[in-house]
Structure formats: C-alpha cells, structure tokens
Design a protein around this ligand. Structure first.
Ligand code: HEM
Ligand code: HEM
Length: 221
C-alpha cells in the first residue's frame, strides 16, 4: 500500500522526551558525585518539564493527549493477540501507552520523594524537607535512593522494547521521536497544527508550579 510521511509527534512531546533522556542520567550523576546544588536545580527543571508534559496530555495535539492513547485491559489484550490494526493509527499503541504512564509516574514519584529528601542537620535537602519531620524525611530519603533502581529498571525495559520493535518488527520508533514524522498509509492523517498558545499556557503553569515548590511552597495568601 502507498505510504507518505505524516507528522506524528509535536515539538513539545519530542523536546520533553529528549530532555528526560539527558536529565535522568544527570540526576543520577549529580547524586552519585554529591553535586547537590545541581541535583536540586536540575530536579526542578525536570519537575517543570514533567508537569508541562502532564498538562500537555490534556491540552496538546492528538497523539500527545492521554485520552488518545490510554486504553483499558481489553484493548491491550487485543493488541497483544495481534487483533489490532497498528498501521491504521498513529501515536502510542495500547501497550506502549502503559509504558508512557509508568515512565511518567515513576519519574514523578522519584521527584516527589526527592523534594522532601535529605537531612537538615547534615547535607542537602529538598525544598519541601522542612514541611515534614526528620524521621519522615529520613524514610523518604531511603525510598528516594532505593526507588532509583525502579526508575532505571523501567527505562531499561523501555529501551529494550524500542530495540525489539527496531530489530524484530523492523519498525523504527526512534526516528519519528526525533523528526516528528513517520510513514503512514495514504489515507491516514497526521496530527493537526501545533497549538502554540496552549503550549505557552501549559509552560507558564508548569514553570510557576516548579518555582513555587523551589521556594518551599509558601502559602499563597
Ligand atoms: C528523576 C529524578 C531524580 C533521580 C534519578 C534522583 C536520584 C537520586 C539518587 C540516586 C540519590 C542517592 C544518592 C546517594 O546517596 O547515593 C539521591 C539523593 C538525593 N536527592 Fe535525588 N533524584 C531525583 C530527583 C530529586 C529531586 C527533584 C530532588 C529535590 C529537589 C532530589 C533531592 C535529593 C536529595 C536531597 C538527596 C540526598 C539525600 C542524602 O542526603 O543522602 N532528588 N537522588
Ligand atoms: C531517561 C531515559 C528515558 C525516559 C525517562 C523516557 C521516557 C519516555 C516517555 C515518557 C515516553 C512517552 C513520550 C510522550 O508521549 O511524551 C517515551 C517514548 C519514547 N521513547 Fe523514551 N525515554 C527514555 C529513553 C529513551 C531512549 C534512550 C530512546 C531511544 C533509544 C527512547 C525512545 C523512545 C521512543 C522511540 C518513544 C516513542 C515510542 C512510541 O512510538 O510509542 N527513549 N519515552
């Protein structure tokens, strides 16, 4: 069947994705080498980007929206049994959607724990550390340290899955995540025009929230 290139991922989806690829290893590196100033600063950039991606999941272009790709168990099973016309749709498939939610979820959980982590009497602390007791902060710090293996494990599975599609199914998913385009059947439409105004609103809200947390989430009134 004749195919043509269509736009499948908008710029914010691609930019946030590749910034996660840079920032998550940077978070590990800064922690391992005790660069706590950078760990906290980059952690807030990551927080802002994740918050943006979540808002964009409600207001973004079609393939960025959670409603376009999050599917129930029946659709996931149908996909696994092969009863799913993959070439008839663009965006995340029902199984990939699970990975997207899991990856965003574990990053958010790791960041969330980091915000409360540390010991005020010894070394670095996250900005929300004073809001909890020392014992709670201590537990969250231990979890933050251990949970990194969950984050890293899931990323490993993610990269293996991308490799599986490339090698066994001859489906290059990485190229479209870079260029935004992929080949699709001639009668399949790509995503619509980029909504810059909405992107600006999402970016402003995400940046404001990350900044508010940076200052220790002071009362707003
Ligand atoms: C995906 C994001 C993150 C990753 C992968 C990550 C990773 C880590 C790791 C591996 C450690 C343990 C270092 C060690 O003691 O060996 C650590 C510690 C820590 N992280 Fe994060 N972190 C993330 C986000 C954050 C954020 C957003 C904050 C706060 C703004 C934060 C604050 C801290 C603090 C204060 C510690 C020190 C705990 C201590 O004193 O031992 N982290 N992080
Ligand atoms: C820190 C490491 C990584 C994290 C946290 C991560 C996270 C994510 C997330 C959240 C998505 C969903 C995109 C969205 O809808 O916003 C995604 C998709 C994707 N990622 Fe990653 N990723 C990482 C590393 C990589 C690497 C190294 C590659 C390339 C080898 C890669 C290739 C892809 C591709 C191709 C997709 C689109 C999959 C599809 O077509 O459904 N990722 N990733």
């Amino acid at each position: 069947m004749a195919t043509r290139p269509v736009r499948v991922w908008d710029l914010p989806v691609r930019l946030t994705h590749w910034s996660f690829v840079v920032l998550v290893p940077a978070m590990w590196f800064t922690a391992e080498n005790s660069h706590w100033g950078w760990h906290t600063r980059l952690g807030h950039v990551l927080l802002g980007l994740i918050l943006f991606r979540i808002l964009w999941g409600f207001l973004g272009t079609s393939t960025a929206r959670f409603s376009s790709f999050v599917r129930g168990p029946r659709r996931i099973l149908a996909y696994l049994r092969g009863g799913y016309a993959e070439d008839r749709q663009i965006g995340h498939n029902p199984l990939g959607a699970l990975a997207v939610i899991a990856l965003l979820g574990v990053m958010l959980a790791q960041i969330g724990m980091g915000l409360f982590a540390g010991d005020p009497y010894d070394g670095a602390t996250g900005p929300l550390n004073p809001l909890v007791g020392v014992m709670t902060a201590d537990t969250l710090t231990d979890w933050h340290e251990a949970f990194f293996y969950v984050v890293a494990g899931l990323i490993g599975v993610h990269i293996l899955a991308i490799g599986f599609y490339a090698v066994l199914r001859m489906d290059d998913l990485v190229g479209p995540m870079i260029t935004g385009k992929r080949e699709a059947a001639a009668d399949i439409d790509g995503i619509g025009a980029m909504k810059w105004g909405r992107a600006a609103v999402c970016a402003a809200i995400a940046a404001a929230a990350a900044l508010w947390i940076w200052f220790g989430a002071p009362p707003l009134t």
